[in-house]
Design a protein around this ligand. Structure first.
Ligand SMILES: CC(C)(COP(=O)(O)OP(=O)(O)OC[C@H]1O[C@@H](n2cnc3c(N)ncnc32)[C@H](O)[C@@H]1OP(=O)(O)O)[C@@H](O)C(=O)NCCC(=O)NCCS
Length: 183
């Protein structure tokens, strides 16, 4: 996890000489966070689609990303790095009548920004929103061959619950993973 960089706007004397002018005042520093997570907007779709095409052999169409935004505006997030889109997560809420589940439908981080904690931030933000909207668990499907993503999800507390044979367009099996919230 990244610690926010600290940008000092003025030259500060950090040694305390006992003189008033050497005290660091709150207005002298600004907390600068290069990575931010926010809700996705329609104008983000081309950048999200560009990342999707780099990551997946069977990418969603742009229209599907846009449609998902109209259905799930509260659980669809992007991560930005210094303002540029670095990753995205499309979450959905599913109500079975007995339980509400969060579903991670699509998720990826630009290869240039992977292994910096951005994926974890995106999943955690989606989880917070799912919990806020009274979900009791989160579910996702991941390709059987995508062992790096399975390791990533396991680190975040997800566990395999079952498999779906031939789930993907090339007939590859899906591993279904879940994480239960404990309130
Ligand atoms: C899976 C993915 C989203 C992870 O994003 P990321 O930003 O690189 O992940 P993070 O840096 O937040 O990693 C979080 C943790 O997962 C672990 N992790 C990340 N990628 C990993 C990998 N390839 N193998 C093993 N562990 C991994 C990290 O070590 C880290 O653990 P730590 O905090 O203890 O160091 C990214 O690799 C990706 O976009 N993959 C291709 C698309 C994909 O598979 N999407 C999921 C489809 S279901």
């Amino acid at each position: 996890m990244h610690k926010p960089y600290l940008v000092v706007r003025s030259t500060l004397k950090v040694k305390n000489s006992g003189m008033r002018e050497n005290v660091i005042r709150s207005g002298d520093m600004t907390s600068y966070q290069p990575v931010q997570v926010r809700r996705a907007m329609p104008s983000d779709i081309p950048a999200i689609f560009a990342i999707e095409r780099q990551l997946f052999v069977d990418p969603w169409e742009q229209a599907v990303f846009l449609e998902a935004l109209t259905y799930f505006p509260t659980t669809y997030f992007v991560a930005t790095f210094e303002g540029a889109i670095a990753g995205f997560i499309v979450g959905a809420l599913e109500d079975t009548g007995e339980n509400v589940y969060g579903h991670l439908c699509n998720f990826g981080v630009d290869p240039a920004f992977q292994h910096r904690g951005i994926g974890r931030l995106l999943v955690q933000r989606a989880e917070h929103q799912f919990a806020f909207e009274l979900a009791s668990a989160v579910q996702l499907e991941v390709r059987l061959s995508n062992t790096p993503a399975q390791k990533f999800y396991r680190k975040l507390g997800y566990r395999e619950v079952f498999r779906i044979a031939g789930y993907y367009s090339n007939s590859e099996d899906a591993v279904v993973m879940m994480k239960w919230f404990r309130f």
